[in-house]
Design a protein around this ligand. Structure first.
Ligand SMILES: C[C@@](CO)(OP(=O)(O)O)[C@H](O)COP(=O)(O)OP(=O)(O)OC[C@H]1O[C@@H](n2ccc(N)nc2=O)[C@H](O)[C@@H]1O
Ligand SMILES: Nc1ncnc2c1ncn2[C@@H]1O[C@H](COP(=O)(O)OP(=O)(O)O)[C@@H](O)[C@H]1O
Length: 321
């Protein structure tokens, strides 16, 4: 009897920005205790998984040359982790993964984590697994702290090392301008730099999270803009001083406020509406402070299978500096 090969499955997955990122002490396992508010953004990657006799990973698109295609690729690690979790051969799963990147690599927007989350959702569909989102989130957390959030999407409060999530309901859509830097920054190096700055002095710490949740409930971008905060920002700027200029340029271009996204170096600028975001993007692109500028909105859903009628989407509007 002929074996039926299931058709490939394609998953669209969001990036994230941290609206609030409070970094606490280092834990015995080397991770820092976090209190963060994530928002999923419309700047996305797309990941296709297919059954094959030629297993491996291919990467195309934004920053593809900097992404490993071997066993350290986070999407491949997700394939192995899920195969092991459900008792399939995890040493050499017969799966081909094609990643179309729109999210900047090593940019603080959870791009690698997004590909891992997409691979989990894609494989669950390809293998027709009866597995709930909670069980997938447990596998996701083993791959990286940010993976459960990009699996879930929306807006959420993250605690622990960022993997424990409580959804935050928001009715409003927020409009963002995203400035990609010329090179990435290593997440562990940024956390180490914050530890160094804290051992040498007392860099300012961001305030409480409750006002951020109130601003999200109000839906007023002006209120939210006053409260954007990131404890990793001083460390990212210490490693990449040019980010100060980028942050200033975004506000001078008309954004309500700017923040380094996660561990950086991508900067995210909150704008009053979609039209303002387009104007800010055009002006920021002309300022020569970053490699690429894009517009995005959030919150958007987490990793989800896209049907045959939803062909892979062209990249969102882009303006080159
Ligand atoms: C900083 C954040 C903020 O959302 O995002 P990015 O800037 O990477 O996108 C995340 O905490 C990153 O999450 P993720 O990129 O999944 O990191 P992981 O693979 O879990 O950890 C990579 C390394 O970062 C450091 N790390 C990460 C998370 C955490 N709570 N404390 C840490 O100290 C550790 O050195 C760890 O070995
Ligand atoms: N699928 C992937 N996409 C991007 N980077 C990946 C991927 N798999 C592994 N990596 C590695 O993970 C590192 C962090 O990438 P990324 O997740 O994009 O950044 P960040 O943690 O800053 O959000 C990269 O430098 C790259 O070497």
């Amino acid at each position: 009897m002929l074996a039926v090969v299931p058709p490939p499955v394609t998953v669209r997955v969001p990036s994230k920005v941290n609206l609030h990122l409070a970094v606490g002490d280092v834990r015995p396992d080397g991770y820092h205790e976090l209190n963060t508010v994530f928002q999923a953004l419309s700047l996305t990657d797309e990941v296709t998984v297919a059954v094959t006799d030629d297993p491996g990973v291919e990467v195309v698109g934004e920053g593809a040359d900097e992404v490993p295609t071997g066993p350290s690729n986070l999407a491949w690690r997700a394939v192995q982790a899920l195969a092991e979790h459900v008792g399939k051969d995890h040493t050499e799963p017969k799966i081909r993964v094609v990643i179309r990147k729109g999210i900047p690599v090593a940019g603080g927007m959870a791009g690698g984590s997004a590909d891992a989350a997409a691979a989990l959702v894609g494989l669950a569909a390809l293998w027709r697994l009866e597995i709930g989102r909670d069980e997938l989130a447990t596998v996701a957390a083993r791959i990286g702290s940010d993976v459960p959030f990009v699996l879930q999407g929306g807006t959420a409060l993250g605690t622990g090392r960022g993997e424990q999530l409580i959804p935050v309901l928001t009715r409003h859509t927020f409009h963002w301008v995203i400035a990609f830097d010329r090179r990435g920054l290593s997440t562990p190096k940024v956390f180490e730099e914050l530890d160094r700055l804290r051992s040498d002095g007392d860099p300012p710490r961001i305030g409480a999270v409750e006002p951020v949740l109130e601003a999200l409930a109000s839906g007023d971008p002006r209120q939210l803009a006053l409260l954007l905060g990131n404890d990793l920002q001083s460390a990212a700027i210490s490693l990449r001083p040019g980010l100060r200029r980028t942050l200033r340029a975004g506000v001078n271009a008309g954004a309500l406020a700017g923040t380094v996204s996660g561990s950086g170096p991508t900067c995210a600028f909150l704008c009053s509406d979609g039209e303002s975001a387009l104007r800010v993007a055009a002006e920021l692109a002309g300022a020569g402070v970053c490699r690429t500028v894009r517009v995005a909105h959030g919150p958007v859903p987490g990793a989800r299978v896209i049907g045959g009628d939803e062909a892979p989407r062209p990249a969102p509007p882009e303006v080159h500096a």
